[in-house]
Write a protein that binds this ligand. Sequence first.
Ligand code: ATP
Ligand code: MG
Ligand code: FE
Length: 342
Amino acid sequence: PTILAIESSCDETAAAVVCDRQILSSVVSSQIQTHALYGGVVPEIAARQHVETINPAIAQAYRESGKTWSEIDGIAVTTAPGLIGSLMIGVTAAKTLAMLHKKTLIAVHHLEGHICSALLADPTLEPPFLCLLVSGGHSSIILVKDYTDYQVMGKTRDDAAGEAFDKVARLLGLGYPGGPVIDKISSSGNPKAYKLPQGRIPDFPYDSSFSGLKTAVLRLTQKLSPNGEELPIADIAASFQETVAAALATRSIKCAIEHNLSTIVAVGGVAANSALRSRLVTMSAENNIRAIFPPLSLCTDNAAMIGCAGAIHLSRGETSSMGIATRSRLNLEDCQSLYNLT
Ligand code: ATP
Ligand code: MG
Ligand code: FE
């Protein structure tokens, strides 16, 4: 089916039109510049900015798709999880359009959308596969058993991977968002300069904890520069990045092997990280596992991935009621609760 999709769960206002796994148009309006002034996403400002950008984004996606309303089979929208004020703008727009054009509404779980970005990136990809989802708010290792059938094998006990990059960048005075700048500066540093903790959780081999790592970086900077001496920023950044990459790659490869999966996909903003990519590529090759990395435009928040998830659900007769509410939290395993069986 052909789906018009809307995503506004955090700080990107996005709209897209997809036909199953084919992207017909995809518009993303990022608020990163605005939030950079504050060193992180300010929810109230995010919601206000979504109000301003949502209609132009939808209009552009519709126009660029070359489709007319009569050819669109449904409207997909992220309803959970995310910032409530932000989610509400996208959901209100989706419900209004659905009523106006008499279209079916399909609610989508944001993380299911991220997983589906891999389906858009590789048309041959089919479940089962392992998904490493590493973004601003999540660090999860997910068993994709079948379309819409997920089992979360591991998650973070505290900070998400992207959050760790953002906090360490702030601590090193590198600005926001932290991931891209740490990645860049690390290329001139020695990743083995400092040994830092990978944050293993005893008895939970797929779970992560990154707050100890963040504190270890803080202690390291205090030790190296007790009186404000200049810090070896590149070496610290490279060592931190290498530690995160090793932790995530080791945990996901172990999970894939133990569950007999021959494909790993890495999605979410942190999947753009060069150290994580090279670790995963090497370790996958050593274990006869195929590694898939969607392009960055599909890794960070976008509506095409929401449309892809929406198309899958609509094909299965899973649609949502017009009264569906937004939710700031919802486990991925409970994503089927968004649908009425028709
Ligand atoms: P969620 O989906 O969990 O709600 P989100 O969608 O806001 O979060 P994304 O947009 O997928 O998160 O990713 C943003 C995060 O990715 C930021 O924390 C950013 O620092 C990080 N990031 C982006 N590029 C890189 C990179 N090259 N290396 C490491 N981290 C990166
Ligand atoms: Mg974002
Ligand atoms: Fe996201």
